[in-house]
Design a protein around this ligand. Structure first.
Ligand SMILES: [Zn+2]
Ligand SMILES: [Zn+2]
Length: 309
């Protein structure tokens, strides 16, 4: 079922992608695109654990020689599990406060991945999705840090109610290419936190009147994350954006038009943030990373939450 849904969505995107020169069958593999300083198209990660978990074997959708992967051929964790999300955002003075149970407003695949699932061949994610209790307080009107800030494992929250991790799996490879995810590009890590490593295609990439994408979520420095289209409706890639994966122009912000920095999603690595433009509070990273894993959980499986620096 998950596969059918993905196929339909991709047909729509594939036709749009053709016109804008993004080939979902040959997306650049982000492995090794780790930097020790802000760099366009890479992630400046605070920490990588070379012994961390991840997908068991490379799926046939990965072409190491060409350095690409075929997003349309990737194994998808099947299932259509419905959840009762709780996601509230409120503005209070200079603060934007979120409370969420991290359960998404769209169906997910069945986790742990069943041994009969095609995806099990590549990634035996043994974790179940578990309700969380997340409270995050961000600056309502964020400002740039003096210099960019390295990206921790957990970087934001999407308007689906679920959290966003950066694009790396625990050993520092391209998580979107390697980790087996459901039809909405999400999966749980060791403590059951359902998360994405890119902006889910299960959220409409809505457009503002000028063609620019609408807001899809918030980064932990308080800046907004918008969809894949920039000004005049141009489909963006990482090379159009700065090292942290954003740019500055007029955007709608809490009902007003303001000149403001914001991040964008793209189809290509690092998909969302490459670093932070503003500073972030470590308490928020911890809040969305979930509790420390319980002993006895397998070392393998879609993790991605290599935690705070
Ligand atoms: Zn923009
Ligand atoms: Zn993950």
């Amino acid at each position: 079922m998950g596969k059918t849904v993905l196929a339909i969505v991709l047909t729509v995107f594939a036709s749009a992608a053709f016109a804008h020169d993004v080939d979902l069958t040959k997306l650049p593999l982000g492995d090794g695109k780790l930097s020790a300083a802000p760099m366009v198209g890479q992630i400046w990660a605070c920490r990588v654990d070379p012994n961390g978990g991840g997908a068991l074997v490379d799926g046939p959708w990965i072409n190491k020689t060409a350095g690409t992967y075929d997003f349309t051929k990737k194994a998808v964790v099947s299932g259509k599990v419905m959840w009762v999300p709780h996601f509230v955002m409120s503005l209070s003075g200079e603060s934007r406060v979120f409370t969420s149970n991290d359960l998404p407003n769209h169906p997910t695949g069945t986790f742990p991945i069943s041994a009969t699932d095609e995806a099990y061949k590549y990634d035996r994610n043994p974790n179940a999705i578990r309700e969380q209790s997340v409270t995050v307080t961000l600056p309502a009107n964020p400002v740039a840090a003096a210099t960019p800030v390295c990206a921790p494992g957990a970087v934001g929250i999407l308007l689906t109610g679920s959290v966003l991790f950066n694009a790396l799996d625990a050993p520092g490879r391209d998580a979107v290419a390697h980790e087996t995810q459901d039809a909405c590009q999400g999966h749980p890590q060791e403590s059951g936190v359902y998360h994405y490593h890119s902006v889910t295609i299960c959220m409409d990439d809505k457009r503002l009147p000028d063609g620019h994408s609408a807001l899809v979520g918030y980064a932990l420095d308080g800046f907004g994350i918008f969809g894949r289209y920039g000004e005049k409706g141009v489909l963006l890639s990482s090379s159009d954006l700065d090292a942290c994966h954003g740019h500055t122009h007029m955007i709608p912000w809490d009902g007003k038009m303001v000149m403001m920095y914001h991040y964008h999603a793209t189809w290509d690595f690092p998909y969302t943030l490459g670093c932070f433009h503003g500073s972030y509070d470590l308490a928020n990273v911890r809040a969305i990373s979930g509790p420390p894993p319980r002993r006895g959980f397998g070392p393998r499986g879609g993790n991605g939450g290599f935690g705070p620096p």
